[in-house]
Design a protein around this ligand. Structure first.
Ligand SMILES: *Cc1c(COP(=O)(O)O)cnc(C)c1O
Length: 353
């Protein structure tokens, strides 16, 4: 089965061997306060920084999901208000989640064919956290490095948090341009679900300490105190952390992965322009995602197309949110090999050209 689902997505085939090794090395039942775990945790933090280009002074945390990050960020970095800029379902969900905890949270939606309108935003001066989604998995759009830089320059004194769930470990993100970044491992990391990574700037840690929120097991201040010794507040997903360690050791540096995905995305976008039964959802080339490609057609055709693909051993991603029925999505993730995309192309050429 070829799997192009944008999460949980195809895992690296090496995961099979890593799992056996984890068993043999006793990782599956190692105490999370013991030396073996601390060593593992420290090694992963080092590899993350080296392989994914995370600044040395950023703090890394192990959490369970991107959704948990939505909660942590609102709890620990805001007392009354965060501001959310979004163009799709995941960004909107984050906003709605924030509103439940902090009713004053404000949202700014923009059209998914437009660049994020940084200069037009009327963000309240008293906001404590600006939030956006770097790669909107629901509609296949992305916020470019230039736009992130503009946002950073316009709001230098405000903490900025970025949901990079479907781009972290795929793109060479410039973490220095925002304070908080997170992503879960079932997307570009090519690993099974149940673990997410959050990286925070020194300034973000200071801000959290100043707020001093400690009411939750996942309060950032408490997590930070534990992580000074490479530990977690609770028993973490040890197998997930182990798999992350092995994967990072065996993979090239993020710069090379980014280049490969960028080239492959361009190739796929060009390829999919030739069909008339369905078209690329995102018309504006500048905002097209490099890691998730969304294609739109009428509901019936999309349903049939997905079924037919499945029949040929190809799993395409369903649409999501408001695009659930009239789109399908194709992940362009590092664990999927070029040859698999060639097979995907043959399928489309055979039935739809
Ligand atoms: C998948 C995804 C999430 C949710 O991730 P979980 O690990 O299931 O919480 C959040 N944001 C984006 C952009 C996503 O792609």
């Amino acid at each position: 089965m070829l799997n192009f689902y944008p999460g949980p997505s195809k895992v690296y085939p090496e995961v099979r061997q890593y799992l056996v090794d984890a068993y043999d090395e006793g990782i599956l039942s190692t105490p999370h306060r013991g030396e073996q775990f601390v060593h593992l945790s420290r090694t992963v933090v080092g590899s993350m920084k080296r392989k994914l280009n995370i600044p040395q002074d950023y703090h890394i945390f192990f959490v369970s999901s991107a959704t948990e990050c939505w909660e942590i960020l609102v709890q620990s970095f805001t007392t009354h208000k965060s501001s959310h800029i979004y163009n799709g379902s995941f960004g909107e969900k984050w906003f709605q989640y924030a509103q439940k905890l902090r009713p004053e949270a404000e949202g700014f939606s923009f059209d998914f064919n437009e660049t994020m309108p940084v200069s037009e935003l009327q963000i309240s001066p008293d906001t404590e956290l600006i939030c956006f989604t770097q790669n909107e998995t629901s509609n296949g759009t992305q916020v470019s490095p230039t736009t992130i830089l503009n946002l950073h320059n316009r709001y230098r004194d405000t903490l900025i948090a970025v949901d990079a769930t479907s781009s972290m470990a795929g793109l060479n993100l410039k973490l220095i341009k925002a304070d908080i970044w997170y992503g879960s491992v079932q997307k570009c990391f090519g690993l099974p679900p149940g673990l997410a990574i959050m990286a925070c700037s020194p300034r973000a840690i200071l801000r959290a300490k100043k707020i001093g929120e400690r009411a939750h097991y996942n309060s950032l201040v408490t997590m930070h105190e534990k992580m000074l010794n490479y530990q977690t507040t609770h028993t973490p997903n040890e197998i997930g952390i182990y798999l992350l360690k092995r994967m990072l050791e065996d993979r090239p540096f993020i710069k090379g992965i980014d280049q490969h995905l960028t080239d492959r995305a361009l190739d796929l976008y060009t390829f999919f322009e030739q069909f008339s039964d369905f078209k690329l959802l995102v018309e504006n080339e500048e905002v097209r995602s490099k890691t998730v490609i969304a294609l739109q057609g009428n509901d019936r055709l999309i349903e049939e197309l997905k079924k037919r693909a499945l029949h040929h051993g190809i799993r395409l991603g369903n649409g999501y949110g408001q695009w659930a029925r009239n789109t399908f999505r194709i992940a362009n993730f590092p664990a999927i090999e070029d040859e698999e995309y060639e097979e995907l192309k043959r399928f489309f050429l055979h039935y739809y050209a």
